[in-house]
Design a protein around this ligand. Structure first.
Ligand code: PMP
Ligand code: GLN
Length: 384
């Protein structure tokens, strides 16, 4: 048979997260690579899912998500950020934030449209843009603070720019975009009539009293912003794959069209269980946030005893660390040797860069891990 593979996927490789988790299993390594907690989410949410299944919530949900969940999401947006979204027409439940990203990008990007990505970027963005026929344009978040140069952003804009994708708290750097940075991006979006796709999957994971700011809360931004969140992060249950988008009804109708032909609807009992999750969010969050603050602090304290310099994350559950000079060729060499020879899996972040070489000097660690995993894994780095 001749090559039948579609041209637009020819540049795509297996996700680095899958690659490194496979290697971690192969070499029986401590897995500080792929981002997922190695401890369970709340049992009361699991009990609720069992109850809902036994009560017959086992058939297709409405394509846009069950109303009660969309309603609870609208309450969260209002309570935490004073953002009012109509659950009927402005909130959509998706199969993880991943599907929301896919639907938003494919529902809004035409072939030839340009999309601004800040690098290092979460890998799904670039693939989704390419699947839509769009053209990614890159702006680097530079070490050591992962700040961007507004002139570099302005240079990346053309008359074909349609969308800017931001991610705060940021994977992989842990950067939380501050108000000034968000205002600068918002001004460009307003002036040039651009859509902002804001991936806020780690909205509730910020440290040292940093406050998460949704860009939709800035003047004139709500109608041009699609905000994407993930219960996988908020409730530490990544395998349930319940995400959602919040956007104006016009943007939402584009998202829902793609969603309808991608998965049609999301797992019904899990949606019902997440209703309870959001109803109890106020009581749940303080312990959740304290746990992750402690994990971040533990990881930083352990890293201090190594030769890997840590870039302190303000949010998310990742830390970027500098590879000690002269030990490895680059990040891929370091990640490969660390998993094979030192039994610890990390993520080589150069795969999240298209323009700058800065990724080659670092590794990403995930600290959503039990204390034992963190101690075992990071201590293994101390001999290097
Ligand atoms: N966005 C970011 C920044 C992420 O890190 C992830 C996954 N860890 C996602 C989106 C995808 O989230 P989900 O697992 O809900 O699909
Ligand atoms: N988002 C997770 C990470 O950054 C991985 C999710 C996935 O494997 N698709 O590690």
């Amino acid at each position: 048979m001749t090559n039948k593979i579609a041209d637009r996927i020819s540049s795509m490789n297996t996700s680095i997260f899958a690659v490194m988790s496979k290697m971690a299993a192969e070499y029986n390594a401590t897995n500080l690579g792929q981002g997922f907690p190695d401890f369970d989410g709340p049992t009361w949410i699991m009990d609720e899912a069992h109850k809902q299944m036994k009560e017959g919530k086992n058939q297709y949900a409405p394509s846009q998500g069950i109303f009660t969940l969309r309603y609870e999401i609208s309450q969260v947006q209002e309570k935490y950020y004073s953002l009012e979204y109509d659950p009927e027409s402005e909130i959509t439940v998706t199969t993880g934030a991943t599907e929301a990203l896919y639907c938003a990008i494919n529902g809004l990007i035409n072939p030839g449209d340009e999309v601004i990505l800040f690098e290092p970027y979460y890998d799904a963005y670039i693939s989704d843009v390419i699947l839509a026929g769009g053209i990614p344009k890159f702006v680097t978040l530079h070490k050591p603070d992962f700040n961007f140069d507004i002139k570099e952003l302005e240079r990346a804009l053309t008359t074909n720019t349609k969308m800017i994708i931001i991610n705060s708290p940021h994977n992989p750097s842990g950067k939380c975009f501050n108000l000034g940075e968000l205002e600068a991006i918002a001004q460009i979006a307003r002036d040039r009539d651009l859509i902002v796709l804001s991936d806020e999957a780690y909205e509730f994971l910020t440290y040292d009293s940093i406050k998460h700011i949704p860009i939709a809360t800035l003047p004139g931004m709500k109608n041009r912003t699609i905000t994407i969140n993930s219960t996988g992060k908020t409730f530490g249950m990544t395998g349930w794959k319940i995400g959602y988008s919040s956007a104006s009804s016009i943007l939402t109708s584009a998202i829902r069209k793609v969603h309808q032909w991608t998965t049609f609807a999301v797992n019904t009992p899990a949606q019902h269980a997440m209703v309870l999750g959001f109803k109890n969010l106020d009581q749940y969050l303080p312990d959740f946030q304290k746990l992750y603050q402690e994990k971040r602090d533990l990881a930083l304290a352990l890293l201090k005893k190594t030769n890997f310099n840590a870039h302190i994350p303000g949010g998310s559950y990742f830390i970027m660390i500098d590879i000690p000079k002269g030990v490895y060729i680059d990040d891929v060499d370091a990640a490969t040797k660390l998993v094979r020879e030192t039994s610890v899996a990390t993520i080589p972040p150069s795969v999240f860069y298209s323009k700058s070489d800065e990724g080659k000097t670092m590794l990403r660690l995930c600290f959503a891990k039990s204390d034992k995993t963190l101690i075992d894994g990071i201590n293994k780095l101390s001999g290097i």
